[in-house]
Structure formats: C-alpha cells, structure tokens
Design a protein around this ligand. Structure first.
Ligand code: NDP
Length: 253
C-alpha cells in the first residue's frame, strides 16, 4: 500500500461504536473493521450484542461487545474503565419518537435527549480521558438532517441532534490540544429499525425521493466511507466539521 492509501487505513486502531448492534452502528462497525480497526460495539442486551458480534466475526474481523446504556453516566464510566484506550469513538447510539410538540411530555423529552445528547457527551468524556493518556484519537458524532432543518414532530430529536453539532464544535476546540479530533456525520434518509415506519408510507417515499438530488435513499454502506475517512489519518487536519451524507438533500432545499 502506498503512503497516500496508508493514511486511510485504520490498521492498529481500536474503535468503540455505541449502539453497534444493528442499523447504522452495525454497518459502521463492519466498515471500520474492514478498514483494519479492532472494533468494540455496545448494546443494551447481551443476546443482541452477542449476535451482532458473531455476525461481525463472520466477515473475518476482530470484534467484541460491551454492555452499555448510554443514558447512565455512571455505567458509561464503569464500562470505559474496563477498556484499553480507544483510538476512535463513534457516538452512534440514538433513539427517536415522532410526536406532535403540543403532546410531548417530560418522559419522552428526557429519554430522547438523554440518549442522543447526554449519552454522547459522557461517552465522549470517558473516551477522551483515555485518549488523552494515549496520544489522542478521533470522535465522530451521529447528527442528522434535523441538526439543520425543522422536521415536524421531532422537537426533542431535533434539539438533541442540533445540540450535538454544538457539542462537536465545543469539544473539537477544547480537545484539539489533547490530540483529539471531534467531527460529526449527518446521515440523510436511511432505512433502519428507527425509521422503518416512514418507508412503509408510499406517499412519504415518493415525496422524499423527489427532494433527494441523487434520486435514491441512502444505503448503509454509503456512510462507511465518511466514517473511515474522518477517523483516519487522512483527516488529521479536520476537526469540528459535520459531513452530511444525504444524496444532496440539504444543498437543494
Ligand atoms: P436503530 O434504531 O437501528 O439503532 C439504534 C442503536 O442505538 C441500537 O444499536 C440500540 O442498541 C442503540 N441504543 C438506543 N438507545 C440506547 C441507549 N439508551 N443506550 C445504548 N444504546 C442505545 O437506529 P439507526 O441505526 O437508524 O440510528 C443510528 C444513529 O444514526 C442514531 O444516532 C440516529 O439518530 C442517527 N441517524 C439515523 C438516521 C436514519 O435515517 N436511520 C438519519 C440520521 C441520523 P440496543 O441494541 O441496545 O437497542
């Protein structure tokens, strides 16, 4: 491999992907592992975690799992205490529930914001404490189109994902001296357990497709190149950025 391609390799790096049991997190774990990283995925249930780790090992990569509910900072600290310093953290664990804003209650708000924003911060903090002792690292936060545009019924989700952009900016400026880069990926429309309900609505699909210049919804593999790049030495001068992987949606609305 020549020196230019070598910079894209994640060989020898340890990567933790929160919420890596399915959907985008699982795809990113597989992609990072195929780029050479040793991956650790987190999930909240031992059975689904074990199944996802076994599936990753089937593609002949180094993978392990760790139980973690990101809404609990004390559990995050305890989980990270069992790990060697990661070189990469992907803050992917997330949740969503569409609800008219007039009906949002405190429990819904707290569940979504605690998972998507508080969880991402305390995972980043726990990872950065280890990364700082190990020469630095790269953190990637999973943002959203709702970080940038309003989506009716997504008040808590949009607030959490917009907050994640602010967090990305703050941490990137604060931790650069520790050798830690903090960036974000903003996926467009990807069919997963979280979003499946939308894709069952033909009218919604037709209307959305008309707004995506590249003319199709995202496939999970469309996200892996962006994640590998941002975590690799090829992006060593990039921090505090949000890379939208959306088929051109944001540029055209
Ligand atoms: P999925 O619902 O398919 O997967 C969510 C993952 O998050 C699961 O692995 C789940 O793990 C984990 N998770 C949920 N709550 C918690 C928690 N409290 N603690 C730890 N882990 C948790 O979602 P997606 O793959 O679609 O989404 C992944 C990320 O991408 C999210 O942050 C989402 O907001 C973001 N995103 C997704 C888009 C899309 O179109 N799909 C668009 C924009 C952003 P468990 O096995 O424990 O349930």
């Amino acid at each position: 491999m020549n020196a230019t391609m070598q910079r894209f390799s994640l060989s020898g790096k340890r990567a933790l992907i929160t919420g890596g049991t399915r959907g985008i997190g699982f795809a990113l774990a597989a992609g990072l592992a195929q780029a050479g990283a040793q991956v650790i995925i987190s999930g909240r249930q031992q059975s689904t975690l074990d199944a996802a780790v076994a599936q990753l090992r089937q593609i002949d990569v180094t993978a392990s799992g760790i139980l973690l509910d990101v809404t609990q900072p004390d559990r995050i600290r305890a989980a990270f205490a069992t790990l060697d310093a990661p070189d990469i953290l992907i803050n992917n664990a997330g949740t969503e529930q569409i609800c008219p804003s007039l009906e949002v209650d405190e429990a819904l708000w707290q569940r979504i914001v605690d998972t998507n924003l508080k969880g991402a911060f305390f995972c980043a903090q726990a990872a950065a404490r280890l990364m700082a002792t190990n020469g630095g690292g790269a953190i990637v936060n999973l943002c959203s189109l709702t970080s940038k545009v309003g989506v009716p019924g997504a008040a808590a989700y949009g607030a959490s994902k917009s907050g994640l952009v602010g967090l990305t900016h703050t941490l990137s400026s604060e931790w650069a001296t520790l050798g830690i880069r903090v960036n974000a990926i903003g996926p467009g429309y990807f069919s997963t357990d979280m979003t499946e309900v939308f894709y069952q609505d033909r009218a919604w699909c037709t209307a959305m497709l008309a707004k995506i210049p590249l003319g199709r919804f995202g496939e999970l593999e469309d996200l892996t190149g962006a994640a590998i790049f941002l975590c690799s030495d090829a992006a060593r001068y990039i921090t505090g950025q949000v890379l939208y992987v959306d088929g051109g949606y944001l540029a055209s609305i």
